[in-house]
Structure formats: structure tokens, C-alpha cells
Design a protein around this ligand. Sequence first.
Ligand SMILES: Cc1cc2nc3c(=O)[nH]c(=O)nc-3n(C[C@H](O)[C@H](O)[C@H](O)COP(=O)(O)OP(=O)(O)OC[C@H]3O[C@@H](n4cnc5c(N)ncnc54)[C@H](O)[C@@H]3O)c2cc1C
Length: 544
Amino acid sequence: MHLRSVTVINDAIASSIPTLTASFSLRLLFVRILGLSVLFGLGLFSRQPQFTSGIAIPTKQSHFTDTNDFQVLILGGGVTGVIAAETLHRRRIDNFKIIEARPTLGGRMKSFSFGAASRQYVLELGAEWIHGTQTNNGPSNPIYDLARKNNLSIQPNHYRGSMTTYDHTGQVDYMKTFNAAVENFAALTVAGGDRIQRGLMDATTRSGYALLDAKPITPHEVASEYYQFDWEYAQAPEQSSWLASSWANNFTFNCDQGGFSTDNLLTTDQRGFASILQSEAAEFLSEEQVLLNATVKAIKYSNDGVSVSLSDGTSLSADYVLVTFSLGVLQHNDVLFEPALPRWKSEAIHGMSMGIYTKIFLQFPEKFWFDTEFALYADHKRGWYPVWQSLDMDGFFPGSGILFVTVTGDFSKRIESLSDEVVKAEVLAVLHSMYPNTTIPEPDAFYFPRWQSDPLYRGSYSNWPSSFLKGHHTNLRATVERRLWFGGEATSFKYYGYLHGAYYEGQKMAEEIAHCVEDGGCAGLAHVEEVSSSRPYDIAADFM
Ligand SMILES: Cc1cc2nc3c(=O)[nH]c(=O)nc-3n(C[C@H](O)[C@H](O)[C@H](O)COP(=O)(O)OP(=O)(O)OC[C@H]3O[C@@H](n4cnc5c(N)ncnc54)[C@H](O)[C@@H]3O)c2cc1C
């Protein structure tokens, strides 16, 4: 609906694209100018991937020899990057390389070992649920397919049916309020879907709730709403689009609307969640097709090709580059683009939001808490250590003594600026409120990641604000100068924020790039030069 009056511009005229052969020789010249022999001397191409233990090592040998000139460079080895590589391989395009800063593939599928020396468990700092599986013969979540293929240990996690409620006075039963919030959220997404059907303008989710007369005031009401909304979208209803949060929910969970199912499966696999992606990679990736421990510093692009500089000073070039770095990384200018990205791209990058979702892990000598899978703590301050999850349970890690609490959004930012000791003291104080008659012991282990401060992520996953229009989204995905492609969870229209969104975007972008390679050039995904929408006010009438 917002596109009615916009100018859609193809990045360039396809007929002016130089043939691949011509661009290839141009790039060879470019590489020679940079001093190819020096790069070889620095040992760039003798670098071996350093997979950490438990990670499948690609063993297949590729049919082409090492060179620093590729048809496609894939920047980032998360879900999008690996699935893009697999898609290219299926299209018989093997002259590509994944460049990843970390020593492993997986990106925000990131596990770690947690616990005292004698009681260690592999847990997930990032993604840990498969959201939506499959209903009958309907569409299946591709992450669920990968999990089944690799016999991943997964456990149904009952978001709404296994809950204990608390506030500052201890355990208090406010399940009636909690269930009302569940119903309000369902009504919100139905009404959001209806609003889309009727072509009405977007609004914040807060407006949506208010129109449904759902106005939380008491700590119990606020915490119950938080659990439905902030805990999923990693930002508050005020910061979120009503329409987009409705469709992200429906397309994932509501099979009547094209979604998979209402299931949420939590991985307990001690190989780590990312093992499903690493095993997939091991089936087609050769050693020469992946460069780990390599941080991209700059991306230089033109109509003729792209050159990528790494932090160790080396440089690689390609016909096409797929950038899969998180939205947060792009927003933070961690990677320099030369020339600077056009205004329409920059507006899109900064128009979408990056939410933060922080799990704070604690291990105690023994379990003293609730026997449900979840607990909700209602404080006077919204988002103050509200959602608790027990892993010391049958089906998860019985006897582990592990409990974790999740905070999101601005509250996550706040704790990232505090020391571990201060955060630990706050968390223990909440446990004291929840269990006023129990002596809470010192935890044996304590850890939380700082996603926002991490230069490889700068946040957890994207969230769609109500000021972000369809044209902006088109621009987030659009190709720059026919050579520079962008993909990742944030570019997914239907499933932004989710693993399956990243999966589909990797597939889609690689399919498009494969067409370009096969056709000897292409215009790329079109952009909108200026995004317009219905204005909230009329400049001529209201300001004169
Ligand atoms: C805390 C948390 C919880 C989540 N929970 C879930 C969940 O339960 N279920 C779900 O479906 N989704 C969840 N998600 C979202 C999901 O993890 C992401 O949608 C998905 O992993 C994104 O994949 P991607 O390939 O788009 O990006 P990424 O995984 O971020 O991949 C990009 C890669 O680029 C690399 N990189 C960045 N900068 C550079 C550089 N300069 N040079 C070289 N490499 C670089 C990064 O290391 C990374 O590997 C969660 C995310 C987080 C953080």
C-alpha cells in the first residue's frame, strides 16, 4: 500500500553490464595492482580453517585451485551464509568462499559450556528454540527438518501451560491475569491481520493493545503482557509495529495463516544447536570454500565487482558479495563500505531496530525453585528480571542445578553496562523476593553474554518498528550496484528475527545470485529511491 507513489529504480540497466569475462580481467588487473604476490607471501591462502572440537570438519576437496578471486564471496558463516553456500553449490556454482570472523560456523546459533567443573553442560547463548514445526502435511520449518535429519535432542517447551507466578512478596497466583494476557496477545495478532487485509495504516503494538482495551497497569498485568510480547520480540510494544509483529507471529505459529505450528522445541543437544548447521556444511563445503577467524574490515564495490579487505590487511575480490552480517553490525559501522552506502540503503538499515535478548545463567549446588518449566516475576519496574526458566527438570538437565532468567531490550542494554557482580547481586535479590523464606546459596557458576557490545552482532535479532514501511524493507534487501547483496534474518519479510527467516533469506539471495552468475550479469533486487507514505500531517494546511 505504501508503494503507490514511489519510483522503483533498477540499480542499473542490465544491458550495460560488462560480460563476466570482461569484469574478470578487470578484477585480475585490480588484484595485480594490490600486489597479489605480497598477499601470497603473507600466507593468506595457506590459512587453514580452525574448527573447534565437536564441529564437523569439511573434508571434500574442491575442483578449483586456490585463488583470491571468486564468483561469490559470502560474508558471515551463520544460517544465512551456510544455506546460501549450499544453494550455490546445488546450482553448481562452487567458486565461492564464506568469510567468518569466528573460529566456527553458526553465528547466533552459539553454544558454550556452563557449570562448575564436575557439572558442565553445553547450553545456548543465542537461538535455542525451533519455533513452529509442522502441522499435518503443511509447510515444515526448515530448521526442524535439519534437526530431524541430524537427530538433534529437542524437548517440547510449554510456554503457557507450565508456569508459576511470583511478585515481590513471593509466590502469588495471578494465572487469571496471565491467561488474560495470552488472550489479549492472540486478539492483537488477529486484529493486526485484519488490519492488513483492510489496507489500514500501521500503528505501534501499544496502540493495538489499547484499541483492544488491553491496558496493563498493575505489576501482574505488566509482567503478563511482557511475557507475551517483549520476551518474544526483544523490545517493548511501544517500539514495535502492530502489523509486522502480527504477521511474524502468524507466519511462524498459526497454520491457518501459513505458519508451521504452535510448538516450541528447545534443544538440549550436547553437540550444540549449531551442530545441525555444521553437519549440513560438512556435506558440501570444501576447506578452500571457508575462511574462519577472518574479520572483514572494508567492502569496496562498483559496477564491475567487489573487493573485501580483512583485518589482517589481506584482500579478496569477487563478482558478487552477499553480506549476511547482522543488522546491528551494519548499523554500527563496524564494516566500512566504499563508497558509502546510498541514502536509501542507509535509511533502511537505520530504520529497522535491533532487539536484545539476554539469558542470565546460574548454577546452584541444588534446586530450590519451582517445578514448572517457567516462572514469571512481576516487579514494580517493567522488565526487571521477569522470565525464569528451569533446566533442572526431567527432559532437560535434571540434577544440573541450572536456572536462567531472561531480560530484553533497554533493560539488556542497562545490564551490559554493569559489572557481572552487580548483575549477580540484582538477580539474587529477585530470587530473595521470590523465596522470602529460603536461604538462597551463592551460585557455583554465573554467566551472561553481552550481545549489544559484541562487534560481531551488536544486538540479538531484529524487530520491526511501526515507522518502518514496506518500501524500507524492500531497500533493506535491495542490491547495491548490482554486485552487493544483503541477506539475513532482518531481511526476511515474514520471519524476521527467526532462524527460519535467516534460512529462507540465504536460499533466496543465493538463488538470485546464481541467476546473475548464469546469465553473465543482472540488475539485482530493485530498490525504492524515496519511500513515501500517508503523512501524519499536511505540511501546507497544518503549518501555514
Ligand atoms: C539470544 C538470542 C536468542 C535467539 N533465540 C532464537 C530462537 O530460539 N529461535 C530462533 O528461531 N531464532 C532465535 N534467535 C535468532 C537467530 O539466532 C537468528 O535469526 C539467526 O541465527 C541469524 O542468522 P544470520 O545468518 O542472519 O546471522 P548471524 O548468525 O549473525 O551470522 C552472521 C555472521 O557474520 C559474522 N560476522 C559479523 N561481523 C563480521 C565481520 N566483520 N567479519 C567476518 N564475519 C563477521 C558473525 O560472526 C556471524 O557468524 C536468537 C538470537 C539471539 C541472539
